[in-house]
Design a protein around this ligand. Structure first.
Ligand code: IMP
Length: 184
């Protein structure tokens, strides 16, 4: 399979991300100030860097859990289906829960996850997304906290991949295809 060549242009610097996380963490600490335990749920795999930085700014009793969902087009029903590939290890009934997502794009993934977790009767269920692409939204969902609103661009870095690559960039970059194909 030929691979498209691309370059990555920095869009959000590591410094801006860190400053934004500090500000968001202050608001989250305030929202959950009385919690006996906050279950922070990272959606794999894209949120792994974000959740690591976020929890270190939360001066609260936290427990970390992960959930992996995959979404794909269902041509038969012209809709998107979301499948849970890895469920939480712990129970969330009666618990304070914060779902951490890397990007909300169409919103189908977050919408599905929120319905699923909501059906388990947490005490409070809130969401944070590092990035939001509101112009792409199809499902009626919005995170309670958003790091940055971005235009309809394909981005990588800070945990977010393009075909499993570039997750280890310390910043968020925009993928710009250079047009030439090279053998994989
Ligand atoms: P949604 O269900 O369309 O909101 O999809 C959300 C998921 O799609 C994110 O958690 C990402 O894994 C992936 N995604 C959406 N936009 C991008 C992007 O620009 N770069 C890489 N992955 C993306």
């Amino acid at each position: 399979m030929p691979q498209r060549t691309y370059v990555i242009d920095e869009m959000i610097s590591a410094k801006s991300i860190a400053a934004r996380i500090e500000a968001l963490a202050r608001e989250i600490r305030e929202e959950f100030r009385d919690t006996d335990k906050l279950v922070v749920v990272g959606l794999l795999r894209g949120s792994f860097v974000f959740i690591a930085d976020l929890v270190r700014e939360l001066d609260l009793p936290v427990e970390v859990d992960f959930l992996e969902a995959s979404s794909y087009d269902n041509a038969m029903e012209s809709s998107r289906e979301v499948r849970i590939l890895k469920d939480l290890r712990g129970q969330i009934e009666g618990r304070d829960v914060l779902v951490v997502e890397d990007i909300v794009d169409t919103g189908f993934t977050l919408d599905h996850v929120l319905h699923l977790l909501g059906s388990r009767h947490p005490k409070k269920l809130k969401t944070i997304a590092l990035l939001d692409k509101p112009s792409r939204r199809e499902a009626p969902v919005r995170a309670d906290w958003i790091g940055f609103e971005i235009p309809d661009e394909f981005v990588v870095g800070y945990g977010i991949d393009f075909a499993q690559r570039n997750r280890n960039l310390p910043y968020i970059g925009k993928v710009r295809f250079t047009g030439e194909d090279v053998p994989a």
